[in-house]
Design a protein around this ligand. Structure first.
Ligand SMILES: Cc1ncc(COP(=O)(O)O)c(C=O)c1O
Length: 425
C-alpha cells in the first residue's frame, strides 16, 4: 500500500489533498496515514505467526505515541512496549489493557517501577542488578519479568542505533557471570516469575540473518540456563529494528517471507537444543509508522553560498526533524504544488534553527523551489514527533491522522502559551 499518491498539482493521502490540510492547519505539519498504520499492524500480525509457537507483537511506543495511537494499537490487537513513565501513562490514560504492556528501559526509576506495578503491567524487562534491587524493594504482588540481554550481535546499522555491540549501554552480556547471578536472584524470588529473555539488536536492519543470529545466541543461552542452572524460560523477545524505505537506497526485507523463516529457524534450533517452544515476541516501531508519515513545510528563502552550495530554507528545523543531524539519516522530498516535475538541481534543505547542523536533507533533487511553495518530506512517521523538541523555542507542529473517511487532529499544534506555561519567574 502506498501512503501517498502523487498528482501533477498536489499530493493525496487516501483521498485527502494535502493542500487543504495546510490551508486549515498551517505549517510545519505532521500528517500520518492512519489506514497505512493499520495495514502495517495487520501485516505484522498475519506474518508473525507459527503453528508451533504463541507469538506476540509489541508496538514500540517510542517511534510515535499519542492517545489516538494507543487506541489504534489496541483496536488492531497489538501489545505495547513502553520505556518511561510518560509512555506508560499515555497507554493507561487511553485505557490500554495493562496486561498487554511490557516495560523496558535501562534506568527505570523507583517511581516508574512502582507505577508499572500499581497498574499491573504484563511484563517488566529488568536491565541490570541495580534495577532488580529497586524492583524487589517495591514489589507488592507477583510480577512476570524478562531480562534484557546483550548477545553482541553486529547488525550493520548506524552506530547510534545499534544496541547490542559489546559496549552498548543496554542489557547484560550473555558472556557475564553477573547475568546468571541476576537471573538466579529473580528465579529464587517468591514474587518474581522469571519468564525469559529480551533483546534488541538495533534499528533499520535490512539483513534477516541478523535476527537469526540473535535468536540462535539467545536460544543457546536458554539451553545453558536449562542445563547448567535448571532454569526454564518461556518467553523469547527479539526486539524491533525492521528496516523501512526512506530513500531508494533502502531495501527492507519482505516480512511475509522472512518472519516465517526466522520462526522456522527458532523451531529447529529449539528441537536441536531440546528446549520447549517459547512464546516468541517482537517489538516493531519504525516499520509500523515511519512510511505512514510526511511532514509539510513552507519554503522560504533560497541561498547559493560563495562555494556554490544551494540551500532551500523551510519553516521547520532539527527541532521537528532531528534524525538527519542525529544519525545522518537520508530522506526524499517533493514540492507539494508540483510533485511530478523533473528535478533541476540538488539542494540542501535547511531549517530555521540556529545551528549549522540544522539540515533536514543534505541532497534533495527538486525543480527550482519558489517562495511560498511547500515541501513534503516523506517517511517521517517514526521518531519525528516523538523526538521533537522546543530548541530555539520553536513550537511543536500538530499531528493529523488521515483515514479513508476523514482527516482529524490527533495532537494540537503547540502554542506560545503552552511553551511559556511551565516557566516560573
Ligand atoms: C528495546 C527496543 N525495542 C524496540 C525498538 C523499536 O525499534 P524500531 O523502531 O527500529 O523497530 C527499540 C528502538 O530503539 C528498542 O530499543
Amino acid at each position: 500500500m502506498n501512503p501517498t499518491t502523487l498528482l501533477p498539482s498536489t499530493i493525496l493521502m487516501n483521498q485527502v489533498d494535502l493542500k487543504t490540510l495546510i490551508q486549515e492547519h498551517g505549517t510545519p505539519l505532521y500528517v500520518m496515514n492512519e489506514s497505512y498504520i493499520r495495514h502495517q499492524a495487520q501485516l505484522f500480525k498475519a506474518s508473525f505467526q507459527h503453528a508451533s509457537f504463541q507469538t506476540e507483537i509489541f508496538y514500540a511506543s517510542k517511534a510515535f505515541l499519542t492517545l489516538a495511537m494507543v487506541k489504534l494499537i489496541e483496536e488492531e490487537g497489538l501489545s505495547l512496549d513502553v520505556v518511561s513513565l510518560g509512555e506508560l501513562m499515555t497507554a493507561i490514560k487511553a485505557g490500554f489493557p495493562s496486561q498487554r504492556i511490557l516495560f523496558h528501559g535501562n534506568n527505570k526509576t523507583l517511581l516508574e517501577l512502582q507505577t508499572a506495578l500499581k497498574h499491573k503491567v504484563g511484563l517488566i524487562v529488568v536491565d541490570n542488578p541495580h534495577e532488580l534491587d529497586l524492583l524487589m524493594s517495591c514489589l507488592t504482588h507477583p510480577q512476570d519479568v524478562l531480562v534484557r540481554l546483550n548477545p553482541g550481535v553486529e547488525a550493520h546499522t548506524h552506530e547510534y542505533i545499534s544496541t547490542t555491540k559489546h559496549d552498548s549501554k543496554f542489557g547484560m552480556s550473555i558472556y557475564s557471570g553477573e547475568t546468571i547471578e541476576m537471573i538466579e536472584r529473580i528465579h529464587n524470588h517468591e514474587l518474581l516469575n522469571f519468564c525469559g529473555l529480551h533483546c534488541h539488536i538495533g534499528s533499520q536492519i535490512f539483513d534477516p540473518a541478523s535476527f537469526q543470529k540473535e535468536a540462535y545466541l539467545l536460544l543457546e543461552f536458554m539451553k545453558k540456563l536449562k542445563e547448567k542452572h535448571l532454569i526454564l524460560t518461556s518467553h523469547l523477545n527479539l526486539g524491533g529494528g525492521f528496516g523501512v524505505r526512506y530513500t531508494e537506497e533502502d531495501d527492507p526485507f519482505d516480512i511475509q517471507i522472512h518472519f516465517k523463516s526466522i520462526l522456522n529457524f527458532i523451531q529447529t534450533t529449539c528441537d536441536a537444543f531440546n528446549l520447549d517452544y517459547p512464546r516468541v515476541s517482537i517489538e516493531p516501531g519504525r516499520s509500523i509508522v515511519a512510511q505512514a508519515g510526511v511532514t509539510i513545510y513552507s519554503i522560504g528563502a533560497t541561498k547559493t553560498t560563495h562555494s556554490g552550495k544551494q540551500f532551500v530554507f523551510v519553516d521547520g528545523s532539527m527541532a521537528d526533524h532531528i534524525r538527519t543531524a542525529l544519525y545522518q539519516a537520508k530522506y526524499e522530498a517533493k514540492i507539494l504544488e508540483r510533485p511530478l516535475v523533473e528535478p533541476q538541481a540538488v539542494y540542501s534543505i535547511a531549517g530555521k534553527a540556529c545551528e549549522t547542523g540544522d539540515i533536514l536533507i543534505h541532497e534533495c533533487a527538486l525543480p527550482l523551489p519558489q517562495v511560498n511553495e511547500h515541501l513534503v518530506v516523506f517517511t517521517t512517521g517514526a521518531y519525528h514527533y516523538s523526538m521533537a523538541s522546543n530548541y530555539n523555542r520553536l513550537l511543536k507542529p500538530a499531528v493529523i491522522f488521515v483515514s479513508e473517511k476523514e482527516a482529524r487532529v490527533i495532537v494540537k499544534a503547540q502554542t506560545i502559551d503552552d511553551l511559556l506555561g511551565l516557566d516560573v519567574v
